[in-house]
Design a binder for this molecule. Structure first.
Ligand SMILES: [Zn+2]
Ligand SMILES: [Zn+2]
Length: 333
């Protein structure tokens, strides 16, 4: 057996190297997965450009990538890789809220290596089998789909909900598509970037809202806000637009950890405002939803590059803003 493994390793700000790394050894309960596709996420780009996200600092070389699919070595089973493996026995894990486990080991969050590699070790319970209907890219994108699914669960989106999504990046689009699958009667998505607004037209939303002009979100009478920008004025306007008993789910991360909120609106309309952190128990549903064809994950992919061009994949969002999602093809089936 070869010991060779090639990966995209972040050494420092703007310093990504395609190099040989040790082939992982499967620990107890783990399988080895030959990686096929890896979606590039905003967090990968952020680590590449800034070397940190908040308190998570890249102090040692780290393999990037956490939206991955592949094939289990030995069995040939195609899988979607759920990138966060919790401890399994802390208070949060025992309560089923394993996304809040303080000891979770999450791919490409320092110091844990990610999936932009030929071979990765994964806990067997987090290597989710996918059916033939799902492409390798779609299997990888069950990760951001899980974010959308979880946000809608937190929002209590249900039949008849009117859902406003602010921010038309990949997560915003998937939040909107998932809201539709949850039975929302109206889904609107707002952004300020012309390319993103244009891209959003292709997805099943009722209204693409150009927020460059002054928008009165309240006119849409939303009872759910899925806030995917993190921008303070948008958070504020979105919450103020909610109908009584509405729910706001703050998905997007702001530049600052502190913001002002319209407390009076929250109080007098009994709004519920919650954060969302990754997801838990979403993968089987995300896989089923994508396999049913009700959410077309392949339609998100605007560019596909080989592992050797991972650096270009990371900067794609800047060079071509119309590309919603870039996928790195590590190997092909
Ligand atoms: Zn991601
Ligand atoms: Zn735990």
């Amino acid at each position: 057996m070869t010991t060779q493994n090639v990966a995209a390793v972040l050494h420092g700000v703007g310093d990504l190297r395609i190099e040989e790394v040790p082939r992982p050894v499967a620990g107890p309960g783990e399988v080895l997965v030959e990686i096929r596709s890896v979606g590039i996420c905003g967090s990968d780009v952020h680590y590449y450009e800034h070397g940190r996200i908040g308190d998570h600092v890249v102090n040692a070389p780290m393999i990037l990538g956490h939206e991955a699919s592949g094939v289990v070595v030995g069995t040939g089973q195609r899988v979607a890789v759920e990138p966060g493996v919790p401890c399994g026995h802390c208070e949060q894990c025992r309560a089923g809220a394993y996304n809040l486990c303080p000891d979770v080991r999450f791919f490409a969050t320092p110091p844990i290596d990610g999936a932009l590699a030929h071979v990765v070790a994964v806990h067997e319970a987090f290597a989710h089998p996918v059916p033939d209907e799902l492409s390798d890219d779609a299997a990888a994108l069950c990760e951001p789909l899980s974010v959308g699914l979880w946000a809608n669960r937190k929002a209590g989106t249900t039949i008849g909900s009117r859902v406003l999504v602010t921010g038309a990046g990949p997560v915003g689009v998937l939040c909107a598509e998932t809201a539709r699958a949850f039975g929302a009667s109206w889904v609107g998505i707002a952004d300020v970037q012309p390319d993103r607004l244009k891209a959003a037209e292709a997805f099943a939303v009722d209204e693409v809202i150009d927020a460059r002009r002054g928008v009165d979100y309240a006119a849409y009478r939303p009872d759910v806000l899925l806030e995917c920008t993190g921008a303070e004025p948008v958070v504020d306007a979105g919450i103020r637009a909610l109908r009584p008993r509405g729910r706001a789910v703050l998905v997007g991360m702001g530049a600052s950890g502190t913001q002002q909120l319209p407390v009076q609106a929250i109080q007098t309309r009994e709004l519920i405002v919650t954060g969302t952190f990754r997801y838990a128990h979403t993968y089987p549903d995300a896989i089923a939803l994508a396999a049913s064809g009700r959410i077309d994950l392949d339609a998100l992919v605007g560019a596909r590059l080989p592992l050797a061009e991972s650096e270009r994949a990371l900067t794609m969002g800047h060079t071509d803003p119309s590309v919603l999602k870039t996928v790195v093809t590590v190997s092909e089936g």
